[in-house]
Ligand binder design. Structure first.
Ligand SMILES: [Zn+2]
Length: 303
């Protein structure tokens, strides 16, 4: 199992979902109370529990599971995790609560969008209503020893994406509001599947920048120094993809052609290509789904 200290009283567990390293992270905050940010999906909850053991955290000592959004790779495992984390409550955006409690629709949508990747993540189990805490903009959870999480509404990737700012480490858990991070090449990759809203995502990023995070803690994947710089790069990248997609749609190009154009013109992605091109999961979840989010927005902008 892979656990790592990534800040003051802050630890990362590599969930190794489906055997893939550096794909999905959970974070453990050890204050007077213990909180976990992101449970990851159902299939890797055994790995989450092993990680807690490695960190000498007894399952019954975990007080909170703060999830950034209910997509099954982030909060899908919450229901299963609660069976072992007997005193924990799940923190979620108000719009996500119903999906945690009854994941039927969420699971159907996940299977449709992700296909075999959804199977790899596993079907979410329901979270009992009395174990859900809804968090809204600006609410702060103090864990003791200086650790505190402030919830920030950061829609765009999902309409209910919460980011969490952690005060002791001046760090930000963006969920998927700031893309996916590739530590090897220090670059961000868009996480923009339909129904993606680039306009709303850019406004959320403006808000995250205002917190001046020194460090980003990505769910996909890991600790990234120079938080503000990366958020700025991601904004520029979203604008570039939007422009390429607009041009492509105007010319009547196929999805495949627009994907190819983005792969050619986005130098950031060219840098990351070796990692993405060799891994079918990354290719499906990162490139194709993300480009499709832009295409659908351009063809049918919602307001
Ligand atoms: Zn995700």
């Amino acid at each position: 199992m892979h656990t790592k200290e990534v800040g003051k009283k802050l630890f990362l567990i590599d969930l190794q979902t489906g055997g893939f390293k550096n794909l999905i992270a959970s974070y453990v905050l050890k204050g007077d109370e213990i909180a976990i940010v992101e449970t990851g999906p159902t299939s890797s909850i055994p790995n989450l529990l092993k990680g807690l053991e490695e960190l000498n955290v007894k399952p019954e000592k975990v007080a909170y599971l703060a999830i950034t959004h209910v997509h099954i790779d982030h909060g899908g495992g919450a229901g299963t995790a609660l069976k072992s984390l007997t005193n924990a409550k799940v923190i979620v955006h108000p719009k996500g609560a119903a999906h945690l409690n009854d994941p039927t629709k969420l699971w159907a949508a996940s299977q449709e969008t992700l296909g075999p990747v959804a199977t790899m993540f596993g079907k979410p189990e329901p979270v009992p209503e009395d174990r859900i805490i809804v968090a809204t903009e600006g609410e702060t959870l103090s864990l003791g020893k200086g650790l505190a999480l402030t919830a920030i509404e950061a829609p765009g990737h999902a309409s209910h994406n919460l980011a969490y700012y952690e005060h002791l480490n001046r760090g930000l858990f963006p969920g998927d509001a700031a893309g996916a991070y590739f530590a090897d090449s220090d670059i961000i990759f868009p996480t923009t599947p339909p129904p993606f809203r680039p306009d709303i995502a850019l406004a959320s990023l403006d808000k995250l920048v205002e917190f001046k995070p020194e460090v980003l803690y990505f769910s996909h994947f890991g600790k990234a120094p120079e938080g503000i710089k990366l958020l700025g790069h991601y904004q520029a990248q979203i604008r570039m993809w939007l422009k390429i997609t607009r041009d492509g749609v105007r010319r009547g190009e196929s999805t495949e052609a627009i994907c190819e154009r983005i792969l050619r013109e986005d130098l950031t992605i060219q840098k990351a290509i070796p990692a993405v091109a060799t891994d079918p999961v990354s290719r499906k979840t990162l490139i194709e789904n993300s480009v499709e989010g832009f295409i659908q927005f351009v063809k049918n902008p919602r307001t």
